[in-house]
Write a protein that binds this ligand. Structure first.
Ligand code: NAP
Ligand code: MG
Length: 402
């Protein structure tokens, strides 16, 4: 059988620990035998990030801007313990944070639905995708612990020196104050990333804030979203038969619980943080959640939503068997290959991505899975496989489908 050809390379961002091990298995067993794989390789493993003073992360983000599609393995975000473990020159920033800032992107997370892993919410039949605005608000806040009575004001000083003031509160005793911000530029990028993703995946999109209470801050989000939708997207949405609507966050929560799924829920930064954890756990498992960063100018970076699964890696280093779920990492590869196929007009590559996903799900539905899924599945008499054997079982299914 001849291998499927590619024309433009994928930007390949390798990573750390257990996911780095899965990465190699996936490439060797599930991709290289079928695809004449073209990638531009960047090693974002912590050791090499440290050696290059994190330049490799910046280079990989620039390559993503150049080629348009990247696939990323989970990476360690260093903390104090990692400083010693890897003998780091510096506590390097989160690669995801660096890449997100450079691509000006929005993160979309969607659960992978498979028979046998049932969502806790019985009426959820299709995935619910969370779109999280990943800049500002409480994540870039300034806070003061008020020690005693006094007056708190919000002051904006314009470039020409003009001041605008608003009273926050007259304190008659100790308390707390918080200042947050966002920018029209970032909110506009978020809006376009959301609408482009809705068009790409042909799904409705909901956006919700608390604009009845926050009449300027949240209301500005609502206005910018609506304005960009009306001017740039309305016609395309109508053509595809999809819908954008705004509702209050409380109403959105109530509707989500009663919905069937199959839509995108766009959230401000904090809401997206909290709601994506709720939605992913309600769908079953973090190891079954895909994540893609989409930039407003159409660059895509695919990854798994989980981390490097450190606890399993340490067992692996001790020579113990692991049963780490590779599904989200396989789907990161298929997402990237399918998008590359779409952009380069390579139907065979797109069909391969579909087939590999179908083979992965079929393997689980036939009762072959890793331990994390075996613990929550409704299927009877399942076979628990180790990390590599699960990938080999997927290969067997894939071969039978070829
Ligand atoms: P984690 O790697 O997501 O793992 C947390 C726990 O969730 C695991 O110990 C495991 O539970 C379970 N789990 C997660 N993924 C799994 C999988 N594929 N298969 C089976 N079980 C899975 O989070 P963490 O341990 O908090 O973080 C480890 C490292 O990852 C950190 O250095 C962090 O900086 C990094 N991280 C990176 C990213 C990213 O690159 N996108 C995201 C998050 C965290 P059991 O141990 O109970 O089996
Ligand atoms: Mg969170």
């Amino acid at each position: 059988m001849s291998k499927i050809t590619m024309t433009t390379p994928l930007v390949e961002m390798d990573g750390d620990e257990m996911t780095r091990i899965l990465w190699q298995f996936i490439k060797d067993d599930l991709i290289l035998p079928y695809v004449d794989l073209k990638t531009e390789y960047y090693d974002l493993g912590l050791k090499y990030r440290n050696e290059t003073d994190d330049q490799v992360t910046i280079d990989s983000a620039n390559a993503t801007k150049k080629y348009g599609v990247a696939v990323k393995c989970a990476t360690i975000t260093p903390n104090a313990a990692r400083m010693d473990e890897y003998n780091l020159k510096q506590m390097w920033k989160s690669p995801n944070g660096t890449i997100r800032a450079m691509l000006d992107g929005t993160v979309f997370r969607a659960p992978i639905i498979v028979k046998g892993i049932e969502p806790c919410v019985k009426n959820w039949e299709k995935p619910i995708t969370l779109a999280r605005h990943a800049y500002g608000d409480v994540y870039k806040n300034t806070e003061i612990k008020v020690p005693s009575a006094g007056k708190a004001e919000l002051v904006f000083t314009a470039a020409d020196g003009t001041e605008t003031r608003e009273l926050i509160h007259e304190f008659d005793g100790p308390g707390i104050i918080q200042g947050i911000h966002n920018t029209e530029k970032s909110i506009s990028s978020f809006a376009r990333a959301c609408f482009n993703y809705a068009i790409d995946t042909k799904q409705d999109i909901w956006f919700a804030t608390k604009d009845t209470i926050s009449k300027k801050y949240d209301h500005t989000f609502k206005d910018i979203m609506q304005d960009i939708y009306d001017k740039e997207y309305d016609a395309k949405f109508k053509e595809l038969g999809i819908e954008y609507f705004y509702t209050l966050i409380d109403d959105a929560v109530a509707r989500v619980m009663k919905a069937k799924g199959g839509f995108i829920w766009a959230c401000k930064n904090y809401d997206g943080d909290v709601m994506s954890d709720m939605v992913s756990s309600a769908f079953g498992s973090l190891a079954m959640m895909t994540s893609v960063l989409v930039s407003p100018d159409g660059n895509y970076e695919y990854e798994a939503a989980h981390g490097t699964v450190m606890r399993h890696y340490y067992k692996h280093l001790k020579g113990e068997e692991t049963s780490t779920n590779s599904v989200a990492t396989i789907f990161a590869w298929t997402g990237a290959l399918r998008k590359r196929g779409e952009l380069d007009n390579l139907p065979d590559l797109m069909a391969f991505a579909d087939k590999l996903e179908a083979a992965t799900l079929k393997t689980i539905e036939e009762g072959k899975m890793t331990k994390d899924l075996a613990l929550i599945t409704s299927l009877k008499d399942v076979t628990v496989l180790n990390s590599e054997n699960f990938i080999l079982a997927v290969k067997e299914t894939l071969d039978s489908m070829m």
